[in-house]
Design a protein around this ligand. Sequence first.
Ligand code: GLU
Length: 468
Amino acid sequence: MTTVPVKTRFAPSPTGYLHLGNVRTALFNALLARRWGGRFLLRIEDTDRERSRPEYVAALLEDLRWLGLDWREGPQIGGPHEPYAQSARGAIYAQYYQQLADSERAYPCFCTPAELALSRKAQLTAGRPPRYAGVCARLSEAERQARLERDPRPTLRFRVPAGRMVEFTDLVRGPQRFASDDIGDFVIRRADGTPQFFFANAVDDALMRITHVLRGEDHLANTPRQLLVLEALALPAPRYGHLALIVGADGGPLSKRAGDLSVRELRAAGYLSEALLNYLARLGHAYERDVWMEPTELAAGFAPERLGRAPARYDEAQLLHWQSEAVQHATPERLWTWMEAAVRERVPASLRAEFIAAIRPNIRFPTDAAFWAERLFDVDSTPSADGRVVIATAGPEFFAQALAAYDRHGAAYQPLVDDLRQRTGVKGRNLFMPLRAALTGETHGPELARLLALLPREIVQRRLQACC
Ligand code: GLU
């Protein structure tokens, strides 16, 4: 027995930027392929000529690479099933239209949009679900020829077999059954010659030897149509799994404020790709352990049976949690690249490593790093309101002693505070807080010993002096 290697794909329509929702679909497919030692393919579904744009294709390739969701077959790298953009596959689809037309499994349809709208309205009024009424399905060959002369650009409609049950086992939702009588004959080629989604998507999955398709639940109703097309063409069907959609915290659709964010926006805001991966891999999918995972571990622990059926709720607090985790787990080099533009002008090259080590536990975004760079290295940085209160409470004598202790011990933190405690009799919080406020302007922040070691001598002296 030979087993077919697992092959999954991501098939975006380039009509906008990648958002959390479609990136999650890409991620699950990529994880499934990695988990089962298979191949992940990328196909561009750009049949909607009006809405597809080359700049969106370029953006989505860049976004996927940024996320580390590299495809083994597809645009830019090629593969055995080129081309990987549907707009360039017209000649391939033409053969299959022909095959369906020759076997009477598809027929030209001359109904105008106005006629179709009228029929739809009539069915709705009669309380029936709207379906194609079958007008052109019954044309004789002579009638067809006559119509073709008047209207040489009909659509091509798939003839849905009557009285059938279309059944399949969904990877997420289990057994599914659809009565073919509920599905009207549907268009597979539009009047402008472009393929309809159902058709191109199904045919390409078969030709590209896709074995598993994870996609949004909004496609569930398309699946019986696609299975019928594949059956009529004697092409193999992939296993489908329909993912519960992502909803906002209130259970409603995602909004701009809650989760409907593009990968570009998140990246510009300073999210690390590993944070998005750790978050999204858990959105509608449960791991055995809820701990930080490297991409290889995310793949190793991925299991389609752990995909949930209930809508997945977007939760910003969770996303922020994984962002913090990503910052704690990144290498210093990675963090430097990430924060460089925000801190480069302030942080001396010789102090980079120490700066990163000191502030890492206290930052989530490059703007946080910029904040501490300003607090530490800007001579004109002034204390916050809280800081000023603490400084005033401690009084000038305390800081005169602190300055003297600094002159004796320099950045040797422990000897400095021991000395200061002895000379002032102040201890605990009353000692550390004013010191922190004078040195950093803040009453919270990274470990003070590390900051003291980072602070340039003249800045320490100047700031202590200013409090005396
Ligand atoms: N182009 C379709 C979409 O973006 C693909 C659906 C599918 O994955 O089959 O929704």
